[in-house]
Design a protein around this ligand. Structure first.
Ligand SMILES: NC(=O)c1ccc[n+]([C@@H]2O[C@H](COP(=O)([O-])OP(=O)(O)OC[C@H]3O[C@@H](n4cnc5c(N)ncnc54)[C@H](O)[C@@H]3O)[C@@H](O)[C@H]2O)c1
Length: 385
C-alpha cells in the first residue's frame, strides 16, 4: 500500500529529506508540501503546496506527515496532526521546554498511529553497529562513557541561524547535543537520573565581538555585507568551503558576533544513570574540525568510535586483542541513517511496531539536555524526573 506523505517545513532539513529520501522510496508518494514562507516550493513543481499547515493536515489524501519546522513549533503542529489522525515523523528535538514536551506526551497517550522522532543517528550504520556490539557484550557491562562533539566555523551554522537564541532553541545541548545524548542513553540502556553541567558563552555573541573587535557589532551585520567575511574564521564562506555548498543554497548568514546570541558556545556535562553507569559529554562550538567522538569503558574492554575515521575499535582488557570494524557503506545523495529512518517509520505504519527512535527515548534525551542547561544556569545538580 502506498503511503501518501505531506511535508511541513521545507527549510534546510525538510526539502532535502523530501527530495533525496522520501521521494525515492517505492512505497511512498509525496502528496503535498507546506512551508509558512513558501521556501523551496520550486523543488516540487508537480506537488500541491500550501503556506498553512492546517490545510495540509485537512487533506484526506495525506496519510503521514514529516514535520521539519523550527524546534519551538513542533508541539503545536504535532497536536494538530494528532487531531487530524496522521502518522507522524517529527524532527528532533521534540520541543524546547519540558512543559511543551508534556503536552506532546499527553496528546499521544493511546494514539494508534505511528509516531517517530528524527534522531537519525540511531539509524546510521556505524552507530547502530555500536549498539549491536554493546548488546552482544563485546566490552561487557558498560560502566563509563566519554563523548565529545567538535563543531567548527561559526558553530557550523548554529550561530548564524535561529538556533543561536534561547527563545528559539533554549540550548544547543538540546538543539545539537541531543543526538549524542540520545545515543549515550541508548547505549548505556538506562535512564539518566542526575546531571551536573557547566557552560558559557565566551567566543560568539557580544562577548566574542568585544574580544575580537573591542566593541559590539551592528545588529544587522551579516556575512553577505561584512568587509572581513573572506578572512573571518567564523564566516559562512568558511563553512561553505568546508561543506562544499554554494551561496545559492541560501544559508542564513547572520554575524555570529551579534548581541542577540545568548546560547552557550561550550558545555561540559556529567550524567549518572539508574544502573550506576556514568557519562561525561562535551560540546565545543569553536573546535578546529567537525567530529563526533565516542569512548565506552566496559567490564571486558573499551570501545572507541569517531565519525571521521569511521572506525569502531574494540580493545579487550585481558587478551591483547583489538577488533576494528570499518563501515564501508557509502550513502548516495543522503545523510547517514536517512533511508533507514524512513524505512523504520514505514514499518511502524505497516506493522504497528514501536520505532527505534520513539516518543519515550526522545522525551528522555530532551529532559536530559534541558536538565543539563538548568544545572548550568542555576549551578545545581539536577534530578531528571
Ligand atoms: N536530524 C537531523 O540531522 C537534522 C538536521 C537539520 C535539522 N534538523 C531539525 O529539523 C528542523 C528544521 O531545521 P532546519 O535546519 O531545516 O530549519 P530551517 O530554518 O532551515 O527550516 C525550517 C522551515 O520551516 C518553515 N516554517 C517555520 N514555521 C512554520 C510553520 N508554522 N508551518 C510551516 N512551515 C514553517 C520555515 O519557513 C523554514 O523553511 C529542526 O527541528 C531541526 O532540529 C534535523
Amino acid at each position: 500500500m502506498t503511503i501518501r506523505f505531506g511535508i511541513i517545513g521545507l527549510g534546510n532539513r525538510g526539502y532535502k529529506y523530501a527530495l533525496r529520501t522520501i521521494q525515492h522510496h517505492q512505497e511512498v508518494e509525496l502528496t503535498m508540501v507546506c512551508d509558512a514562507f513558501g521556501n523551496n516550493f520550486h523543488h516540487f513543481p508537480t506537488v500541491a503546496h500550501t503556506t498553512d499547515y492546517h490545510e495540509l493536515l485537512a487533506n484526506p489524501e495525506v496519510d503521514a506527515v514529516f514535520i521539519a519546522t523550527p524546534d519551538d513549533t513542533h508541539a503545536e503542529i504535532i497536536l494538530a496532526a494528532v487531531k487530524a489522525n496522521k502518522h507522524i515523523l517529527c524532527e528532533k528535538p521534540l520541543e524546547i521546554s519540558d512543559e511543551k514536551v508534556a503536552l506532546i506526551e499527553e496528546a499521544l497517550e493511546g494514539y494508534d498511529k505511528a509516531f517517530e522522532v528524527g534522531y537519525v543517528l540511531r539509524y546510521a550504520r556505524s552507530f547502530s553497529k555500536i549498539k549491536e556490539f554493546i548488546e552482544n557484550g563485546a566490552i561487557g557491562q558498560v560502566i563509563m562513557a566519554h563523548v565529545t562533539d567538535h563543531v567548527q566555523y561559526g558553530g557550523y551554522a548554529y550561530f548564524h541561524d535561529w538556533h543561536r537564541t534561547r527563545e528559539k532553541s533554549t540550548s544547543l545541548l538540546l538543539q545539537k547535543s541531543t543526538h549524542s545524548l540520545d545515543l549515550i542513553n541508548w547505549y548505556l540502556d538506562s535512564k539518566p537520573e542526575k546531571v551536573v553541567a557547566f557552560g558559557d558563552l565566551m567566543v560568539f555573541g557580544e562577548v566574542g565581538a568585544r574580544q575580537k573587535f573591542g566593541k559590539p557589532v551592528a545588529d544587522d551585520l551579516h556575512c553577505g555585507n561584512c568587509p572581513i567575511s573572506s578572512t573571518c574564521e567564523e564566516s559562512i564562506q568558511n563553512l561553505a568551503k568546508e561543506k562544499n555548498i554554494s551561496w545559492s543554497d541560501n544559508w542564513p548568514d547572520n554575524c555570529v558576533f551579534n548581541s542577540e546570541v545568548d546560547v552557550d558556545d561550550h558545555q561540559t556535562v556529567m550524567i549518572r544513570y539508574a544502573n550506576k553507569a556514568k557519562a561525561t559529554y562535551q560540546l565545543c562550538q569553536f573546535a578546529a574540525f567537525y567530529q563526533r567522538e565516542f569512548h565506552f569503558f566496559g567490564t571486558k574492554g573499551e570501545l572507541y568510535f569517531d565519525d571521521v575515521s569511521n572506525k569502531i575499535i574494540i580493545t579487550d582488557r585481558l587478551k591483547s586483542e583489538t577488533l576494528t570494524y570499518e563501515n564501508k557503506h557509502e550513502e548516495k545523495n543522503m545523510e547517514p541513517g536517512d533511508e533507514e529512518q524512513l524505512q523504520d517509520f514505514i514499518d511502524a505504519i505497516q506493522t504497528g511496531k514501536t520505532p527505534v527512535s520513539n516518543l519515550e527515548s526522545s522525551v528522555l534525551a530532551g529532559k536530559l539536555a534541558l536538565a543539563a542547561q538548568r544545572s548550568i544556569d542555576n549551578e545545581t545538580i539536577e534530578t531528571i524526573k
